[in-house]
Design a protein around this ligand. Sequence first.
Ligand code: FAD
Ligand code: NAI
Length: 468
Amino acid sequence: ADAPQTYDVVIIGGGPGGYNAAIRAGQLGLKVACVEMRSTLGGTCLNVGCMPSKALLHASELYEAAGKDFAGIGIEVKPKLNLPQMHKAKDDSVEALTKGIEFLFKKNKVDWLKGRGRIAGQGKVEVEAADGSKTTYDAKNIIIATGSEPTPLPGVAFEEGKVIDSTGALFLPKVPKHMIVIGAGVIGLELGSVWRRLGAEVTVVEYLDKVGAGMDAEVATAFQRGLAKQGMTFRMGTKVTGAKSVKDGVELTVEPAAGGAAETIKGDVVLVAIGRRPYTEGLGLETVGVTPDQRGFVGHDHFKTSAPGVWVIGDVTHGPMLAHKAEEDAVAAVELIAGKPGHVDYDLVPSVIYTTPEVAWVGKTEEQLKAAGVAYKKGKFPFAANSRAKINHESDGFVKVLADATTDKLLGVHIYGPQAGELISEASMTMAFGGSSEDIARTCHPHPTRSEAVRQAAMGVDGWTMQA
Ligand code: FAD
Ligand code: NAI
C-alpha cells in the first residue's frame, strides 16, 4: 500500500521482455513497476511457452530413447509412461522458475502491480485488479511488453481438448491416437515431436513446401527427412479449408495449396500452430495516439513508439518472436531510458528448434545471400564424421558455414545436429565481433566435442577440413 505512485518506468507485461526490463531498470536505480495480469510472472515463455515445452521435449526424448536406443548400448529397460507425473515434473519446474522471477523482482526493488494494465493518456497507467478495483499510476516512461497470442485459423474454431493451440498441447491429459498439426513451424514440430514420442500418430499439414518457416532450405530438407524417419507424416503444400467436430475427434477438409481435389482427414486432436500475433487488447494505445500496423505490431524507432515516453519491446513489436530477442530489446530500451546507448542487431538473433536432433542458425541463409547477390563461400561438415557424435550414436546432421567470398567475414551458420542450440553461440559471438570463418577455424576446440564439427565446417570454407 505504501508503494510509490510515481514511477520512472512502468512496464506492462511480465514476460521475458517485461521482466528483464524491470530487473535492468531496478539495477540502474530507476523507480520501476511491472504490471502483469497473470497470477505468475514470466509471461508466455515461462508459463506456457519455452519452458514447459522444453520440459516435455526433454522427458519425451528420454522416454523414446529408453524404449528404442538404450538396449543397443546395453541398458535393458521397459519404459512405462506416467503422463500425470510427466506433467507434474513440468509444472513444478515452471513454478520454480516463475517464483525465481518474483524473487528477482524483490531483490531489484521492482513493484509487481497485479492486474490488467491500460495506458490512460500520456504518463498514466491504470491497473485493474482481479476484484475490479482500479488504480492509476504516474509513469515518466511506459514500456509496452504485452507479448503475443496464437493466431487462430479461420474456419477451424478452437474447441477444448479437440482443436487446441500450443497451450492446450502442453496440458493434454492423455496421448492422442492421431494428432493433426496445422503448420510445420517451430511449435508444430516441437510439440508434434513430443506427442509422437509419447505414442501418438502425428500428421503435419503445411501450406508451404518447406518446413521450419524461415530456415535454410538445405537444412529444412534434411530436418524434414529426419522427422519423417522418426515417424512423423507430412502433408506439404496443403491447405486446410474447414473443420468439423465429430463424436470422437475432428474431421479436417484439406486440399492442395495450388488447387485440386479436397479430401478429409480425421484426428482426435488438432493442434493449430500457424504463427502468433501481437497482443494489445484493451491496452489504451489510442489514448496516446499509437496505432498498430496492419498486422497488429506496435512499431518503434530505437524502441520509442510515436508517443513521447512510450516504448515497446518483445513479441508485440517487430523482429523475431523469441524470448532472447525480447530480452535484448528490454535491456536496450531500459539503457536508452537511463541515458545510455542501447542497440540490438536482429541479424544476430539465433533461432533454435529443440527437436532431436536440434536445428539452430544465426545470420543469413543461402537463399537470402543469393537473393541479395552476395558472393559467398561455403563449408560443410557432417556429424557422422565427428567422433563425439559418432560415439554417442547421434551422427545425423551437419554444420554449414557461410562466409563472404572476398573478406571471409562470417555471414551465417546453420546447424542440424546434436546440441545445435548450444553450439550456435560460438557463431553468434564470432559474428558479433565481425569475425571470419578463419577465426573459428584457427581456434583450438576441445576433443572430443561436437563443437569440433563447427570448426571443421569453418575450415571447409577454405578447403582444409581435416576429419572428413
Ligand atoms: P510474453 O512472454 O507473451 O509476455 C507478455 C505478458 O504480458 C504476458 O504474461 C501477459 O499476461 C501480459 N500482459 C499482456 N497484456 C497485459 C496487460 N494489458 N496488463 C497486464 N499484463 C498484460 N521462444 C524462445 O526464444 N525459445 C523457445 O524455446 C520458445 N518456445 C516457445 C514455445 C511455445 C509453445 C510458445 C507459445 C512460445 C515459445 N517461444 C520461445 C516464444 C516466447 O515465448 C516469446 O517470444 C516470449 O515469451 C516473448 O516475450 P514477451 O515478453 O514479449 O511476451
Ligand atoms: P511459425 O511461424 O514458426 O510456423 C507457422 C507455420 O505454419 C509456417 O510453416 C507456415 O507456413 C504455416 N502456416 C501458416 N498458415 C497456414 C495454414 N493456413 N495452413 C497450413 N500451414 C500454415 O509459427 P508457430 O510454430 O505457431 O510458432 C510461433 C512462434 O513462436 C514462432 O515463430 C517462434 O517465434 C515462437 N516459438 C519459438 C520456439 C523456439 O524458439 N524454439 C518454440 C516455439 C515457438
